[in-house]
Design a protein around this ligand. Structure first.
Ligand SMILES: [Zn+2]
Length: 235
């Protein structure tokens, strides 16, 4: 297996290349965005690259639309002064000791009152719970606003679920259950809205086919820019 790369416009595509006894070139795009190419024995690298270049726009689309994310967040210390995101904005943590524990948004700060400042794990937990509570109310509201967009392609009533996910912003299943990653509460509202609409469009197409993109484009014309914004902010 070798690592290769092609340039395509302003993008580049990295892929791993393997040879096997097959007649045609196989291309797989994985949810982590990696691209795996299997070529017939004896094909020249030029031919392979040419074929991949012809498929480049398809590959980029596949990579884009797994809606995967790869958090690069540094290790958090949960101390005063550290910045944390909420709805796309940076807030400073203000950690203070108090008997009554609480988390509050105040000006540009997230104020955390905790019994002991030393217990980082506990502060983390308080903050996670706060994010979750905030997420539930924002997600519900945005979801309600977006659901009418499914008129014309979905007759059921989609349901909203949420959990912390490591690799995806959202998912959708055949039963009409939309799952959102609670991490999304750190992103701007527009990005949350985009993920909801993306998942709702999966109620019509449970794949990332051209039909899916046509529908998404129709329901959320601004999706490309919004997706870029989401990725820049969070990865
Ligand atoms: Zn999708």
């Amino acid at each position: 297996m070798v690592n290769c790369q092609i340039k395509y416009g302003t993008s580049s595509i990295d892929f791993t290349l393997e040879y096997s006894e097959r007649k045609t070139l196989g291309i797989k795009v994985h949810p982590d965005k990696s691209v795996q190419v299997t070529a017939p024995l004896g094909s020249s690298i030029e031919t392979i690259k040419e074929k991949i270049r012809n498929k480049a726009s398809w590959i980029l689309k596949q990579q884009d639309f797994f809606l995967s994310f790869h958090p690069k967040t540094p290790t958090r210390k949960y101390i005063s002064g550290e910045t944390h995101l909420y709805l796309g904005k940076q807030y400073r943590l203000k950690v203070e000791e108090a008997n009554e524990e609480s988390v509050k948004l105040h000006g540009g700060n997230i104020e955390i009152a905790v019994k002991s400042k030393k217990n980082k794990k506990h502060i983390e937990k308080l903050l996670q719970n706060w994010y979750k509570k905030r997420a539930l109310s924002h997600f519900e509201k945005l979801f309600k606003e977006c659901v009418p967009l499914t008129r014309g392609f979905y007759n059921g009533t989609p349901s909203l679920n949420y959990r912390w996910m490591k690799k995806r912003w959202g998912s959708c299943d055949k039963e009409g259950r939309i799952h959102l990653n609670l991490e999304l509460i750190k992103a701007p509202k527009k990005c949350i809205e985009y993920v909801i609409v993306h998942e709702l469009c999966h109620l019509a197409h449970l794949n990332h086919s051209n039909e899916f993109y046509n529908l998404l484009e129709k329901k959320y014309p601004d999706w490309r820019a919004t997706k870029d914004r989401l990725e820049k902010l969070m990865v």
